[in-house]
Write a protein that binds this ligand. Structure first.
Ligand SMILES: [Ca+2]
Length: 479
């Protein structure tokens, strides 16, 4: 089948779902004949793939590991922009950042998406009760609030019905403790690097409250199928969580990334400036704090999954866990997001769709977060909205080994950076082929050696350059 027909047929099929062709995940549940599955849609901030189920040997994330063992874990999933606002606007609209026109955190995403039905609006228009707690769309920038309330049935305040905290947060350690005020002001990443146990309980901090609100919703009655979106803030800077999550780790077990000394000599964009501000001791502390925050999120997800089980609806609920983009913890000497290296573009993505995904499946095909929108539409039997630049991953959920997109695209600004990740390669251009990077993940999984200027890879560079410039349509699966 032709690519275009593949898309078209998918749309027609979904628009014409009859009573006998119920979505695979649906079973009868007595909600007035509405047997569509519920959706629990969990977003995480600045989370690299530092989960035990992704092979990190130190971090403790038993609940997310358990979710992965019950569903499908995407091992090669990538965001479409490695900063929050553009990534989320892309995910929630099913369009690429360049088409949406949101290419930084300062852009108010509501204007370009004014006439576009985002995921919650589309689900709401088709009979779902749509609820959000915590961050899903980017909430604002420099004091401006990007309010998304009108796009949901209800936004649940994190502290609703939860007593206010009686304690004060403990002072945190900071990267800049020994720096002058002028030095501190230089860099965003420097200013924001603070960490440490908070001295507060789960319910005295935002993510514990998000989990608690989810538990309450999942324990309650709903007349319509539920689309429950949860946004966890951790492990975004600053890195703080209740003490017990810090107590899970000791500094001695924290491994620092090992980079060749000349790693950044073969790339054009990055510098050592940030890295030099850290001592090894502070690097260990910061990574430990990041892991503690991962464990805090994990505990919240655990509470949500437990509530889902107790509700008796877990077999008719689609669970999606995704990170908005990755983060560097010293890999390539970087301590930030906003790069086009693997640590920054790759995200955890775990899906459990009863009757569709099989327990413990791992998919190594390159996939893009942008496809979550049409995927959820198909799983829930909703018509495909017009204008999506994304396709349903349901074929891949059913058969994780099947052929898929030729690559996953990530862009970055303001210097135009474009990167494509295939199953074997990463190819990146900064403004054009003159400043290019090519990495072979078969022999160089950490992307240390840029092969773009090595003559014997000229054909690969040309082929991947074509893929990059050909854009998403040319990369679609061939059937
Ligand atoms: Ca290098």
């Amino acid at each position: 089948m032709h690519r275009r027909n593949f898309l078209k047929t998918g749309a027609v099929l979904m628009g014409g779902l009859g009573a006998r062709d119920r979505p695979a995940a649906a079973v009868a549940d007595g909600r007035g004949g509405n047997d569509r599955p519920d959706v629990v849609f969990i977003a995480c901030e600045d989370l690299q793939t530092s989960l035990r189920c992704y092979g990190n040997p130190v971090v403790r994330t038993p609940n997310l590991d358990s979710l992965a063992s019950r569903g499908l874990r995407f091992d090669n999933a990538h965001c479409q922009f490695s900063v929050c606002n553009p990534s989320r606007a892309s995910v929630m609209s099913g369009r690429y950042p360049a088409s949406v026109g949101v290419l930084g955190n300062a852009t108010d995403w509501r204007e370009p998406l004014r006439n576009i039905a985002t995921i919650p609006q589309h689900f709401r228009a088709h009979g779902y009760e749509t609820l959000r707690c915590g961050k899903i769309f980017h909430g604002g920038n420099a004091g401006r609030v990007f309010d998304d309330k009108g796009r949901w049935d209800r936004v649940i305040p994190q502290n609703e019905g939860i007593p206010s905290s009686k304690h004060r947060r403990r002072p945190l350690r900071a990267l800049y403790e020994n720096m002058s005020k002028e030095e501190r002001a230089k860099e965003y990443t420097t200013r924001a690097w603070e960490w440490g146990p908070s001295g507060l309980d789960d319910l005295e901090m935002p993510d514990g409250r998000v989990a608690e609100q989810a538990v309450r919703q999942l324990s309650g009655k709903h007349d319509k199928p539920l689309f429950l979106a949860l946004g966890f803030h951790s492990p975004h800077l600053v890195l703080t969580a209740p003490d017990k999550y810090f107590d899970m780790y000791s500094l001695g077990e924290i491994r620092l990334p090992e980079n060749p000394e000349n790693d950044l000599d073969d790339v054009s964009r990055y510098s050592l400036r940030n890295h030099k501000q850290f001592t090894d001791e502070k690097r260990r502390e910061a990574i430990l704090a990041y892991y503690a925050c991962c464990s805090y999120v994990d505990a919240g997800v655990g509470r949500v999954l437990k509530a889902l089980e107790d509700s008796g609806r877990i077999d008719n609920t689609i669970v999606v866990f995704w990170g908005d983009h990755g983060f560097h913890l010293g890999e390539h000497f970087l301590w930030q997001k906003h790069t086009l290296f693997e640590e920054s573009t790759r995200v955890p993505l775990i899906m459990m769709a009863p009757g569709v995904t099989r327990a413990g499946t791992v998919c190594t095909r390159p996939v893009e977060l942008i496809d979550l929108y049409p995927t959820l539409c198909e799983l829930c039997g909703l018509p495909m909205p017009e204008g999506l630049e994304s396709i349903s991953m349901v074929p891949l959920l059913k058969d994780a080994q099947r052929q898929w997109k030729k690559g996953a695209f990530t862009t970055l600004g303001p210097t135009p950076g474009n990167s494509v990740r295939t199953e074997r390669w990463r190819y990146t251009e900064w403004g054009g082929p003159d400043k290019a990077e090519l990495y072979d993940h078969e022999s160089d999984p950490h992307e240390f050696t840029n092969l773009a200027k090595v003559p014997r890879y000229a054909a690969t560079v040309e082929e991947l350059g074509e893929l990059l410039r050909g854009g998403w349509r040319a990369a679609l699966p061939e059937e």
